[in-house]
Design a protein around this ligand. Sequence first.
Ligand SMILES: N[C@@H](CCC(=O)N[C@@H](CS)C(=O)NCC(=O)O)C(=O)O
Length: 212
Amino acid sequence: MMRLYQYPFSHNCAKVKIALLEKGLAFEAPQVDSTLLRSSAFLALNPLGKVPVLEDGAFAIGESEVIVEYLEDRYPNPPLLPQSAEGRARSRWYSRFHDLYLGPQLSTLYFALSDGRAGLPEFAVEVDRLLELVALLEAHINPQPYLLGAQFTLADAPFVLSYHFIEILSAAHGRPLTAVQMPRLARWFAVASLRPSAASVLAEAKAALAGS
Ligand SMILES: N[C@@H](CCC(=O)N[C@@H](CS)C(=O)NCC(=O)O)C(=O)O
């Protein structure tokens, strides 16, 4: 059985779990801790010492986007990328937008809640940046009902847990974003979050956040 090293409240790990579940692939998902991530055994799997890491038999690989692309190549059915070159490129645009911009900004706001930076006057610019990123995504999308149309794809996967983080972190920083400010994203989430893969990942993350 495949093994996914992961944190339950990580949006990068959630994306990979959603891809595994959507493809109907059996996997075990041991939780990790910082000691394991620094162990030589784990660093041999991923020298960055970060999760997610997927083990598939003798093969192991890190970096969430690399993992979901591997799953798509190795287990193509059901597909999570469109057939056309344009569709595949669009899906990857959403992944890059998430992984390079929105995701890191959510992490900045998340860690600021515990490292004392939240509420400092100079931190307001970071909350502004999250709101800008959400506004540009909101203006760009037209979910029908998914980001690329009728099929749930890798374009949707990263935003499932991140939508939840947008709601809770914007509220925690005193600038709550709701369906009023992001109606298209809220409409997308209302459909996407009902998928069994998404519901399972959201439930696991919420339970972990409640206990943290
Ligand atoms: N670009 C990486 C990001 C991985 C990453 O930042 N993982 C975090 C959890 S979300 C981690 O393992 N942090 C532990 C550490 O840095 O010690 C990906 O998409 O997989």
